[in-house]
Design a protein around this ligand. Structure first.
Ligand code: 13P
Ligand code: SF4
Length: 308
């Protein structure tokens, strides 16, 4: 099947099966085109909760589909490619954080949403990159343990110096790969361009930014800005989507290496096969027990309460 035919078949099956497709912005263009909802981690969580459909297919990584299931337990949620994981989400486990909590019970444990449901059960509140500052400021406690991303954590800590924020040594291997010399090289090649960066990059890279924000934050900033050229310090697909949406401006990925292979593992045939396999056990459905949903849900509900 040609790409357009496959997309049309997906749109037809989606309607026939009462399914909505949620795609993170790091997905390829041809997937974004057939999605009902696209956005960053926070927006997709809210979209999953509000989606008016029996089934959700998530084009993203495992923790995102898990979050969708927690927020919409009455819906069937499928991950389009069962192998799409996020390395950061696997870096810490509930046992380890439970031990730290026992040592310092007066700290509020703030978990980046890029964590497993099991880890969320021992955390107090989730954040996404777009809501982290607002939520940490709103927490009624000055003592915070921020996990797992120490780069996002460092950005939060510098922005909110009045709080005592403890960090651990986790992070996103894709964003952490960007180096200061790559940024300087890109700036030298495009001296008129603004540098927009995701806070999952290292503090030294973030320090060189004209704007720091989540995936959606970067996209909104670039679309509204009067500037004409931008160096994009996040997954390369964001530069591609922006170039498509704003053909009169110029977008350069800070380096061609800033690709999340976990996000890019999902293909259009995966989405098609998931639609075909929802009722014969071949699609990858998120099955979670009620206790896990309820315990992990508390920290996601708290995120929506404080960040909404
Ligand atoms: P946001 O979608 O919240 O910007 O996070 C980026 C990311 O790395 C998702 O895995
Ligand atoms: Fe995980 Fe980083 Fe990929 Fe996001 S970009 S899914 S945090 S590895």
């Amino acid at each position: 099947m040609k790409l357009r035919e496959l997309q049309e078949e997906i749109l037809r099956l989606k309607k026939e099966t009462n399914t909505v497709i949620l795609a993170h912005c790091y997905q390829a263009r041809e997937i974004v085109e057939i999605a009902d909802f696209t956005g960053d981690s926070y927006k997709l969580s809210v979209d999953a909760k509000n989606a008016d459909a029996e089934n959700i297919i998530f084009c993203g990584v495992h923790f995102m589909a898990e979050t969708a299931k927690i927020l919409a337990p009455q819906k069937r949620v499928f991950l389009a490619n069962r192998n799409a994981g996020c390395p950061m989400a696997e870096q810490m486990d509930a046992e380890m954080i439970g031990m730290l909590k026992d040592r310092e019970p007066d700290r509020t444990v703030v978990a980046y949403i890029n964590t497993t449901a099991s880890l969320k059960t021992v955390c107090d509140v989730c954040v996404t990159s777009s809501s982290a500052l607002k939520i940490v400021r709103a927490i009624d406690n000055d003592k915070i343990l921020f996990i797992p991303d120490c780069n996002l954590g460092d950005y939060v800590k510098r922005s909110i110096p009045e709080k005592d924020i403890k960090l651990l040594n986790g992070g996103c291997p894709t964003h952490a790969r960007v180096t200061v010399s790559e940024v300087k090289k890109a700036k030298a090649e495009h001296p008129e361009a603004l540098f927009l960066v995701h806070p999952e990059c290292t503090p030294a890279v973030v320090a060189l930014a004209d704007y720091v924000g989540s995936t959606s934050g970067i996209m909104d900033f670039a679309k509204k800005s009067d500037a004409k050229e931008f160096i994009i310090g996040t997954e390369t697909s964001i530069a591609e989507h922006l170039q498509y949406d704003c053909p009169e401006k110029k977008f350069y990925p800070v380096t061609k290496d800033i690709v999340c292979h976990n996000m890019k593992i999902t293909t259009l045939p995966d989405v098609y096969n998931t639609l075909k396999g929802m009722d014969n056990g071949e699609a990858f459905e998120m099955i979670m027990d009620d206790e896990l949903i309820s315990k992990a849900g508390k920290c996601i509900d708290e995120m929506i309460r404080l960040g909404g």
